[in-house]
Write a new protein. Structure first.
Length: 276
C-alpha cells in the first residue's frame, strides 16, 4: 500500500482548485463573449429597422412634395384656362384644361371635377358637342352629381345649330324659335348665337339693327372675314336708306315700310366669290 505524505495533499488540493478556477473563468469569458456577439446582431437589426423607417418617411415626404407640385401646376393651368374662356378663346382654354388634367397625374377629386366641368364648357363653345356630352357623362359618373347647367348649354348649342340650318333655308320662323329657346337654355354670350342673330336681322330687313349687331360681332371677332363682308354690305344698305327721302326717320332705322324697296336691294346683292 502506497502512502502519500500528509504534506503533499494540500498542494494537490491547491492545484486542483486552481485548475477548476481557471476553467470556470475561461467559461465565463466565453459566455460573456458569446452574449456580446448575440447582442450585436440584435442592435444591427434595430438600426436597420430605424433606417427603413427613415427611408420610408423620406419617400412619403418626396411623394407629398411631388403631388403638391403637381397640384399647384394643375391649379395654374386651370386658372389660365378660365381666363382664356372668359376672353372667348375657347381653343386656348381647352388646351390649358387638358394640361391641368395631365398634371393631376391620375388623381381624382374636387379639383379634377372642376377642371373637367370647365373643359366641357370649352368644348361646347367650340361646337364639339359629342366630346362635351361624353365628358359630361363621365363627370357625372365620377362625381355622382348632375350638371344641369352644362346639359342646358349643350341643348342650347344644338338649338343654335338648328337655327343656322333654318336661316340657310330661309325658314325664319323656325330660326327665331330656335334662337329664343337657346337663350332660355342659358346661352347668351355665344359667338355662333351672336352671328345667327345678326343674320336673322339682316334676312328680316332690319338693316340698322343688323348693321349694329354685325359691328359688335366684328369688333369682338375681327378675324371673321365673312362677317366683315356682311358688315360692308349692310353699311351700304344703311346709307341707301338714309338717303331715301320717302322714308321717315324711324323707317330709315327699321327699313320696314317699303318691303319692295328692301327686296330690291336684297336681289341686287352680289355674293362675293370664294376666290376674292
Amino acid at each position: 500500500m502506497i502512502t502519500v505524505a500528509a504534506s503533499a495533499q494540500p498542494e494537490r488540493h491547491r492545484m486542483v482548485l486552481q485548475s477548476l478556477s481557471f476553467y470556470q473563468g475561461k467559461r465565463k469569458v466565453q459566455t460573456e463573449k458569446s452574449q456580446t456577439e448575440k447582442k450585436r446582431p440584435n442592435r444591427s437589426r434595430k438600426e436597420e429597422r430605424t433606417m427603413r423607417k427613415i427611408h420610408f418617411a423620406l419617400l412619403i415626404l418626396g411623394l407629398s412634395l411631388s403631388l403638391s407640385a403637381c397640384k399647384n401646376e394643375a391649379k395654374a393651368y386651370r386658372t389660365e384656362g378660365i381666363s382664356a374662356l372668359e376672353k372667348g378663346d375657347a381653343e386656348k382654354a381647352l388646351e390649358n384644361f387638358n394640361l391641368a388634367l395631365e398634371k393631376s397625374k391620375g388623381r381624382v377629386g374636387t379639383l379634377q371635377y372642376d377642371i373637367l366641368a370647365y373643359k366641357v364648357e370649352a368644348e361646347i363653345q367650340l361646337g364639339k358637342l359629342d366630346e362635351a356630352e361624353e365628358n359630361l357623362k363621365n363627370l357625372g359618373t365620377l362625381s355622382g352629381k348632375s350638371y344641369e347647367k352644362l346639359q342646358n348649354l349643350i341643348s342650347g348649342k344644338k338649338l343654335i345649330v338648328s337655327a343656322g340650318n333654318a336661316l340657310n333655308e330661309n325658314d325664319l320662323a323656325s330660326a327665331r324659335t330656335a334662337l329664343d329657346e337657346a337663350k332660355e337654355k342659358g346661352l347668351t354670350a355665344d359667338r355662333e348665337l351672336e352671328y345667327n342673330e345678326a343674320v336673322y336681322l339682316e334676312k328680316t330687313g332690319e338693316w340698322q339693327k343688323a348693321y349694329d349687331s354685325f359691328s359688335q360681332y366684328c369688333n369682338r371677332y375681327p378675324e371673321d372675314t365673312e362677317a366683315a363682308r356682311e358688315l360692308s354690305f349692310l353699311e351700304s344698305r344703311v346709307k341707301a336708306l338714309g338717303a331715301n327721302p320717302l322714308l321717315s326717320a324711324s323707317e330709315k332705322t327699321t327699313g320696314k315700310r317699303h318691303r319692295r324697296y328692301v327686296r330690291k336691294f336684297r336681289e341686287k346683292r352680289v355674293e362675293p366669290s370664294p376666290w376674292d
